[in-house]
Design a protein. Structure first.
Length: 311
């Protein structure tokens, strides 16, 4: 294991030991409802020692781990920095941890990457580095800076390490590197984030479940509870009835919204036909086009920027 000053490696993979008894910086966005792949109930279950369904597709995560050393080495060379890769987590107050992708130790001729085999922040660190990968269709999410869930992760890392800034880079589609984007310390934002995380951690310790939401993770959680139910009938309480009423109302609203969407798409197709075109450039609303379906009718493909409008 190399310490600062020893022979460097520009592409180095380091096995990092994470203290799973603590809440991780990468889980913070999920706790705050900013990560649809890891909602609060999933994080809660993980730390309560309960099984968590991960969706089954781990290939993107696997490639992210494999490419991380390459991206980190490229950053070190391009910016002429000495980057130390920690093998252990750093913790704050015994409940919050981070395992950074690299500590920036300052300028280095040609750029270097080394191991840092300790659970403390190097005394000469001037910042930290976060490395990400994503699919090509997510490029728009990175044009103005990191998506909110990654900004939150960086801010938690800064709160734990006490460093003044975090640089974050992302390899998009395996071909385009965006960044670095610099996240600076902000005490007010950190206090709000850590306050919410502390409230969540108290629920983990007490066994109190997070607020019910729309996610599949919550459906799986409550389905596990239903396994203990019996074939009996109950008379609902007032609150129970209110939920039933709201359920029916939401169904009616959803049907009306679906019908309205179909009407609007037909109107847009009509305007496209009048213009003799199949594509639209709607400026800030995005670019999209019409296509012929297998049944011979025409349909609209929504702009990529609208991908989060629906689950």
């Amino acid at each position: 294991m190399s310490e600062p000053g020893n022979t460097p490696s520009l592409v180095i993979h380091v096995d990092q030991a994470r203290d799973e008894s603590c809440l991780g910086a990468s889980e913070a966005a999920g706790v705050l409802g900013l990560d649809k792949w890891s909602p609060p109930i999933a994080v809660w279950r993980r730390h309560r020692g309960l099984p968590v369904h991960d969706g089954g597709d781990n290939e993107p995560a696997t490639w992210g781990v494999l490419l991380e050393p390459v991206i980190r080495g490229h950053y070190a060379i391009t910016h002429g920095r000495l980057i130390a890769v920690p093998t252990m987590s750093v913790t704050l107050d015994g409940w919050l941890r981070c395992t950074v992708d690299g500590y920036d130790l300052g300028p280095s001729s040609g750029g270097r990457v080394i191991e840092w085999g300790r659970d403390v922040v190097p005394a000469d660190a001037v910042g930290d580095l976060q490395v990400k990968t994503c699919s090509a269709y997510l490029l728009d999410d990175w044009r103005e800076g990191p998506p909110p869930k990654y900004e939150v992760q960086c801010r938690v890392e800064l709160a734990v390490t006490g460093l003044p800034h975090c640089d974050i880079v992302c390899l998009v589609g395996g071909q385009k590197l965006v960044g670095p984007f610099r996240i600076l310390r902000d005490d007010a934002i950190e206090r709000r984030i850590l306050g919410s995380l502390a409230e969540f951690w108290a629920m983990v310790l007490s066994g109190k479940e997070p607020t019910v939401d729309h996610t599949d993770a919550w459906r799986l959680h409550v389905s596990e509870k239903m396994e203990r139910a019996r074939a009996v009938t109950v008379i609902p309480s007032t609150d129970f009835v209110d939920d039933i009423k709201e359920w029916r109302s939401s169904r009616v609203t959803a049907k009306q919204a679906e019908e309205k969407e179909s009407e609007l798409k037909n109107r847009i197709l009509l305007q496209l036909s009048a213009a003799g075109a199949t594509r639209v450039d709607a400026g800030p609303l995005g670019k999209f086009g019409a296509y012929r379906t297998s049944s011979g009718t025409w349909a609209l493909r929504p702009p990529t920027a609208w991908k989060e409008d629906r689950p």
